[in-house]
Ligand binder design. Structure first.
Ligand code: F0G
Length: 411
């Protein structure tokens, strides 16, 4: 097992214990190379199923249960887990009707221990931090990474420092980081400035836990294994997810490659990444057809989790879209708010960034770019309680028009 450059043209390999964040030769991001492994798809499925009734702490985690696809560097007792990853795949009839689809499921990652998908990555990356003997971890964040890192670091007995854009994240997320005992550094500006500041100021003693950390990606990747298992290994036609810093899109792309290569799935679902109109650098690049990302200096969206103008993982995400024959699109603030109200209205709920998925699907159906008979999994990345201010503000808008759209759709 080693770290390798994620650019297939560059064959640079690094020791798995190396703390580099990018390839020393070409500067691209790194990824974990797991090696081929003696894997037989049918026996893996069986092993993973049997572990569901085991009381081994690793088997009780919906991430470590699939550990054949995670770094195998750790003693069983050294794994830092909060039993993350055991989240449902929910049928969503009202949201399906709203989008104009026959079959839509939500994979609700907001129902993780700290309320977001970040926990899947943090269980692995904080385990690696402890394995390396780190005494201090840090991340810049729009709130969820910070909260998750703070919780897992606390479990591991490691000091945590979070860099947050001042006044630009939800109070609930800030409160979580405080509650889990992290040191808070408020940075003037946006997420991109906070990340810059962290990268400039953190010394070598700090283990860095943003999603450019390849161990985060390994953990987040497992969500796709879990959702395939929930679908009895019959892949949907599409997997739709929000895009901010694009770590999650990168993780999903790696998962789909590994699942296909091992024969765990026959068909690769198309991946759809949805951004907010005011924070859409990846969509702009995609539409331009030129693989060069133009940074947006002042990104704007009330979906504060994805208010990011300089996504670091764009190259990995682009390769993921290309591998899966996927696409990306952006949606307006009104579309996000409306979709969020629909998801809430069927008793599921999510934070605003997550609702971009339903808004994006609806738009694709209306533009006839997605078949209404397609099977679709939308990934809800954060819990409704992550941003209650947004909900209260939105209540000032009339919602009756949304209700009539749902009941009048005739589906
Ligand atoms: N949804 C939620 C709820 C998020 O918190 C984030 C990112 C995303 C989607 C986008 O994921 O960055 O992997 O493309 N939140 C980060 C944070 C940036 O700091 O919590 P991505």
């Amino acid at each position: 097992m080693h770290l390798r450059c994620s650019d297939g043209q560059c064959s640079t390999l690094l020791d798995i214990r190396d703390r580099a964040l990018s390839c020393p030769r070409c500067g691209d991001l790194l990824e974990v190379g797991l090696g081929p492994g003696p894997f037989d798809a049918d026996s893996l499925k069986q092993i993973w199923l049997e572990r569901r009734i085991s009381s081994d702490p690793r088997d009780r985690s919906g991430i470590w249960r699939f550990r054949e696809f995670l770094p195998d560097l750790y003693d069983p007792g050294a794994v830092v887990t909060l039993e993350e990853g055991n989240v449902p795949l929910l049928a969503a009839p009202a949201s399906s009707r709203y989008a104009g689809l026959d079959h839509l499921w939500f994979k609700h990652l907001g129902w993780n221990p700290t309320g977001s998908f970040k926990d899947g990555g943090m269980t692995v990356a904080v385990t690696q931090a402890r394995h390396l003997g780190a005494t201090q971890v840090a991340s810049a964040s729009t709130g969820n990474t910070a909260a998750s890192m703070a919780a897992y670091a606390a479990r591991a007995g490691i000091a945590a420092r979070v860099y947050l854009p001042q006044g630009a994240i939800s109070m609930a997320k800030l409160a979580q980081s405080i509650d889990y005992g992290a040191e808070i550094v408020q940075v003037e500006g946006n997420f991109d400035s906070a990340l810059e500041r962290l990268l400039r100021s953190a010394g070598p003693e700090v283990y860095f836990l943003n999603s450019i950390n390849p161990f985060r990606i390994e953990g987040q990747k497992i969500v796709v294994f879990s959702l395939m298992e929930q679908l009895d290994w019959k892949p949907p036609d599409y997997i739709v997810l929000p895009g901010g810093n694009l770590g999650n899109a990168s993780a999903f792309g790696k998962a789909l490659q590994e699942l296909k290569a091992t024969g765990l799935i026959e068909k690769v679902p198309r991946m759809v990444v949805v951004q907010a109109e005011g924070a859409n650098p990846f969509v702009r690049m995609w539409q331009s057809g030129i693989p060069r990302l133009e940074v947006i200096r002042e990104p704007r969206t009330a979906a504060s989790a994805i208010c990011i103008g300089a996504p670091r993982s764009w190259k990995k995400a682009l390769r993921a879209l290309q591998f899966t024959g996927g696409l990306c699109l952006d949606v307006s603030e009104e579309e996000i708010a409306e979709a969020k109200a629909v998801i809430g209205g069927e008793g599921i709920g999510c934070e605003p960034a997550s609702a971009t998925t339903l808004a994006g699907i609806r738009r694709l159906i209306r533009q006839k770019k997605m078949d209404p008979a397609a099977t679709v999994v939308a990934v809800l990345t954060g819990h409704a309680l992550k941003d209650t201010d947004y909900i209260i503000r939105a209540q000032k808008r009339p919602v009756s028009s949304i209700e009539s759209q749902i009941s009048g759709s005739g589906v």
